[in-house]
Design a protein around this ligand. Structure first.
Ligand SMILES: Cc1cc2nc3c(=O)[nH]c(=O)nc-3n(C[C@H](O)[C@H](O)[C@H](O)COP(=O)(O)OP(=O)(O)OC[C@H]3O[C@@H](n4cnc5c(N)ncnc54)[C@H](O)[C@@H]3O)c2cc1C
Ligand code: SF4
Length: 444
């Protein structure tokens, strides 16, 4: 018997083969040359461009758009990569509506910004598809640098260091490089194996060795890395997951959203992925939205996000919330889980409404239940595996300047480092800046 959206429990194959292909197709396909020219022609090429100031990697946006407008997308790609070597992925995943496009003068004037993200993708894809890597390494310096973590921060640091002539080894706990580009970002934002293609393209700079399946804390030590290298960059992201601390959390089919997403990203055939009929996602950020939307796309009948505070406090942007709603996901605000109920496997979740008072958030005592055959926890990631001896503040590795930690010769960048805003583009900026600082301190 085949399954459908109405099949109870957590099962695979709720949809037809064509539905999966449609649902997980590229959400914002690449511009063709004509579309790119029309979009580029809307740019005023502003002096002191506000879009550029709003980009965490400070890409020269008016310059690259002018290069597209004058028919040289290859030059545009180089302009982008000079500042952001993962410009291809960032073109797909950046919340541009909160960054460059929000700042665009045409957004202020007409409510319709220049489509900077899609133009960036047009430029970078044009050159990447031809297999061209436009940078070459400087003469070897004889310096060796270890990077721990092959996510956006680690890759950006490694590329910049390799370009300066240093030899770089990246150690990563996972079987593949890419970090959350490979294991986290929603499937429809970067389909077609783009994350691995971008890693392969980045490696063409030379001088970078990636060692997968090697974790700091499991055979690798910070002291060992420091002794064998001239500098160390920690770019280990946030691998831990917060617990619900609600009764029944250990029941079957109560899962971490991040693991569900990682499995989904690695599945060649989406019809093999099991999903509930009634899915409840607990959280208010990007992970909650991505888990909920992708559950719906896998064929769950009812998907509800429950967030303990109000809509304005959700860390998922207004656009992401709208995207969830348009995918058919219901969002309930101001409610927190009290207990998961079931016999071995979850069947229902009881929630209590919340209200904010002078002592913070409190449960009102008024409760309701939601039917749930699968519950996904998306209440934030935490730093785990930071080596002892490093100063930690606010749950992240404390840094000063361009990622200097409290231990000499050790830098930190990306989500694991204090101060960032947990976006791919910020991780790239921090990795790049740490690399520049290391280079200056080694060669100065
Ligand atoms: C579900 C989800 C969706 C997201 N969607 C978006 C989005 O659409 N747009 C956006 O801008 N941002 C998004 N983000 C945030 C973005 O993915 C992160 O900010 C970014 O990946 C951080 O990069 P990083 O290099 O610091 O860490 P990561 O990408 O987490 O990479 C860290 C790497 O370190 C490795 N590692 C960890 N511990 C060890 C250890 N002890 N030893 C060796 N290796 C280790 C890991 O295996 C991993 O490869 C999303 C995040 C999540 C969770
Ligand atoms: S703010 Fe808008 S119009 Fe001005 S340079 Fe940037 S993209 Fe072009």
């Amino acid at each position: 018997m085949t399954n459908s959206q109405l099949t109870p429990g957590v099962v695979a194959g709720r949809l037809g083969a064509g539905d999966y292909a449609r649902n997980f197709a590229d959400i914002a396909p690449r511009f063709d040359a004509h579309e790119a020219h029309v979009a580029a022609d809307r740019c005023y090429f502003c002096h002191d461009a506000p879009c550029m100031a709003a980009c965490p990697t400070t890409i020269d946006i008016p310059l690259f758009i002018r290069q597209i407008a004058t028919g040289t997308p290859e030059a545009a790609a180089r302009t982008i990569w000079e500042q952001n070597i993962l410009g291809g992925m960032c073109a797909r995943v950046c919340p541009t509506e909160q960054l460059c496009e929000e700042a665009c003068v045409r957004e202020a004037a007409e409510g319709k910004p220049v489509e900077i993200g899609r133009l960036q993708r047009y430029a970078t894809d044009s050159l990447m598809e031809r297999g061209v890597h436009p940078f070459t390494r400087a003469a070897p310096t004889g310096r060796r640098i270890a990077v721990v973590g092959a996510g956006p921060a680690g890759l950006a640091a490694a590329h910049r260091l390799a370009m300066k002539g240093h030899d770089v080894v990246i150690h990563d706990a996972r079987p593949k490089a890419g970090g959350l580009n490979e294991y986290g970002i929603a499937s429809y934002k970067a389909p077609g194996g783009f994350a691995q293609a971008e890693v392969d393209w980045l490696m063409k700079i030379g001088g970078i060795t990636v060692v997968n399946g090697k974790a700091l804390g499991q055979g690798l030590t910070l002291d060992g890395l420091r002794a064998a290298h001239d500098a160390v960059v920690l770019a280990i992201g946030l691998r831990g997951v917060n617990a619900l601390r609600a009764e029944g959390e250990g029941l079957g089919n109560v899962v971490d959203a991040i693991e569900f997403i990682a499995e989904l990203r690695q599945a060649g055939d989406k019809s093999t992925l099991a999903v509930g009929r009634d899915v409840v996602v607990i959280g208010g950020g990007m992970t909650a939205v991505d888990a909920a939307v992708q559950s719906k796309l896998l064929g769950a009948e009812n998907v509800t996000i429950i967030y303990r505070r109000g809509q304005a406090q959700m860390s998922a942007s207004a656009d992401e919330q709208e995207h969830a709603a348009s995918a058919g996901v219901r969002i309930i605000h101001n409610a927190a889980p009290v207990r998961a109920i079931g016999n071995g496997k979850v069947e229902e979740v009881e929630f209590a409404y919340t209200e904010s008072g002078p002592e913070g958030l409190r449960l009102t005592g008024e409760t309701f239940r939601l039917k749930a055959d699968q519950v996904m926890k998306a209440i934030g990631q935490t730093l785990i595996g930071a080596p002892e001896g490093l100063r930690v503040e606010g749950g992240k590795i404390a840094v000063t300047g361009a990622g200097r930690t409290s231990v000499p010769g050790v830098w930190a960048a990306g989500d694991c480092a204090a101060g960032g805003d947990d976006l791919t583009v910020t991780a790239v900026a921090e990795g790049r800046d740490a690399a520049e600082d290391i280079h200056a301190s080694l060669m100065g």
